[in-house]
Ligand binder design. Structure first.
Ligand code: SF4
Ligand code: SF4
Length: 390
């Protein structure tokens, strides 16, 4: 059967990522502010967008239900497309594959899933998928019409992606981390991964176009350069426009957390024009400038935290985020970040200095960060130069 990869309007490349939703309690990832999400979703659909991305594990297993409540229960089934993912990393046996899939249909209140992905099918998760025949199961679901399009997300090397696509030519799309900062980076290799998909003629869904918010808060001199070119374009919009300008990209996901972000994204993505060469050159320059300032390239995906890998209960991504923001204006004695760090210790979380270098977190980090070494970096401003830490 000839498959149609596009959402209703192929020009509408923005997808709503249900992974950084507004919360009524910032310390509880399940305390989703449903009313606000409903308003955001309504605005998203009013402006003609349709693609909603979730996953079994997002928001501590509450994201799929939120898609059901905010979108599925309130709209005609053919007016939206929903994407969700099989959590390969959680699987303990083959029976769980069908159990989880059925749970996902129930969570989402749907009888088919438009875009179904193997969640982060990196090297080790690919072995899990093979061991428990997950792709075979998913193909069966596709034949039965319960999955319309089958693909995978991946944080791994171009060589691995090439291998998966060569061994599974029927996979229809790939979800990749693509942003202008990672495009040429040795660690993430966004550009090279994209080229593999291009070689296999597979459409690409983009995740982390703003690199977990890092590219929304660029250094002052980078923002100045951007505003001089286009006064009304936010730094985040430059990042999303970059990803959307790539011809193989069908959808760019944005994990929108409030109406302001949604308004910004949907406004310029409604009538999207790809970046021209001059604008692309500006982003190349911006990437070099940001590279010089970013301390730790953590995207805040929270895999290291959600999988309970840390025996010392260190909230890794929180500490990296604090360290990075603190580092944008270094040398200050008191900072909100230092105070927040001290509060975390008081709450009972582990200190960066308590890291025993077991490297459990590094095995699940899609950015391949040397987390245990970075803890040594974090502890200097956050503990040794922080009088609030007792
Ligand atoms: S290496 Fe450190 S931060 Fe990572 S899981 Fe082990 S103790 Fe926790
Ligand atoms: S350290 Fe790695 S796994 Fe943890 S939140 Fe950051 S990018 Fe994700």
């Amino acid at each position: 059967m000839e498959r149609d990869y596009t959402v209703e309007n192929p020009k509408m490349k923005l997808g709503f990522g249900f992974m950084r939703l507004p919360l009524t309690n910032p310390d509880d990832d399940t305390a989703i502010d449903l009313k606000q999400v409903e308003e955001m979703a309504d605005q998203f659909f009013r402006r003609g967008f349709t693609y909603c991305d979730t996953a079994y594990m997002y928001h501590d297993f509450k994201s799929e239900e939120t898609v059901a409540e905010a979108v599925v229960d309130r709209r005609e089934r053919n007016s939206f497309t929903v994407a969700t993912k099989m959590p390969l990393v959680m699987l303990k046996n083959e029976a769980e594959v069908e159990e989880i899939f059925n749970k996902q249909l129930a969570n989402l209140h749907v009888d088919y899933i438009d875009y179904y992905l193997m969640h982060d099918m990196n090297r080790s998760n690919y072995e899990i998928a093979k061991k428990f025949h997950v792709l075979e199961f998913a193909r069966k679901m596709r034949e039965q019409g319960k999955i319309h399009h089958l693909g995978f997300s991946c944080h791994d090397t171009p060589e691995h992606i090439d291998r998966v696509l060569t061994e599974n030519p029927d996979l229809e799309f790939v979800q990749l981390q693509i942003n202008y900062l990672d495009w040429e980076s040795q660690g993430i290799q966004s550009g090279a991964c994209y080229e593999v998909c291009e070689k296999h003629n597979k459409p690409v869904i983009v995740m982390e176009p703003v690199k977990g918010g890092t590219l929304a808060k660029v250094p002052a001199e980078v923002e100045k350069m951007m505003r001089a070119c286009h006064p009304n374009w936010s730094p985040a919009s430059w990042a999303i426009r970059f990803a959307a300008s790539l011809p193989m990209v069908k959808v760019v996901l944005s994990g929108m957390s409030n109406m302001e972000q949604l308004d910004d994204n949907t406004t310029y993505m409604q009538d999207f024009q790809p970046l021209n060469q001059e604008e692309l050159d500006l982003l190349k320059k911006a990437a070099r400038m940001i590279d010089d300032t970013i301390a730790i390239a953590c995207t805040g995906c929270r895999y290291c935290v959600e999988e309970n890998t840390c025996p010392k209960n260190i909230p890794i991504s929180r500490y990296f985020a604090l360290y990075n923001t603190d580092n944008l204006l270094p040398g200050r004695e008191w900072t909100p970040e230092k105070e927040y760090y001290a509060n975390s210790i008081a709450e009972g979380y582990g200190r960066a200095s308590e890291c025993i270098k077991c490297r459990g977190c590094e095995r699940v980090c899609p950015q391949h960060l040397p987390i245990s070494d970075l803890m040594d970096k974090v502890k200097i401003p956050m503990e040794e130069q922080n009088s609030m830490v007792k």
